[in-house]
Design a protein around this ligand. Sequence first.
Ligand SMILES: [Zn+2]
Ligand SMILES: [Zn+2]
Length: 138
Amino acid sequence: MADCDICGVSRPTVCPVKVMVPHFAGAYPAGMWKGLCEACSKTTHDANSKKVEIGGGKCNLCKGKYSKLNKVMIKVPSFVKGSVDVENHICDSCLGSCAAMYKKKVADGILGGHGHGHEEKHCGAEEESHSEKKHQHH
Ligand SMILES: [Zn+2]
Ligand SMILES: [Zn+2]
């Protein structure tokens, strides 16, 4: 099981997305892998095409400080209400990476429900992402 890096939900697989993490730019100049559930992949993709800009602050995904962030309403599972909308603040860079990842998954027929006969495919089984993910946990 893996936890989504945005809403925290546990999924058998999450979609890997590479984001630039300013804090670890020295150790990981090419970015670090984060895992997003399907719902958050779609939410961030939609938010990227219809941006709601807010002021500066800390990005919820890469934890970097930016002068401009985007408001993204994330549905987080709740035992009390089923789900609650939680306001997340995500930078342009992360939002772009997430949107590109979602687009690719849809094009590959893994997400978005347009695929035929791709049921056995899982998000992000690529070799590369696995080896780098291990690295990240050291
Ligand atoms: Zn999520
Ligand atoms: Zn970010």
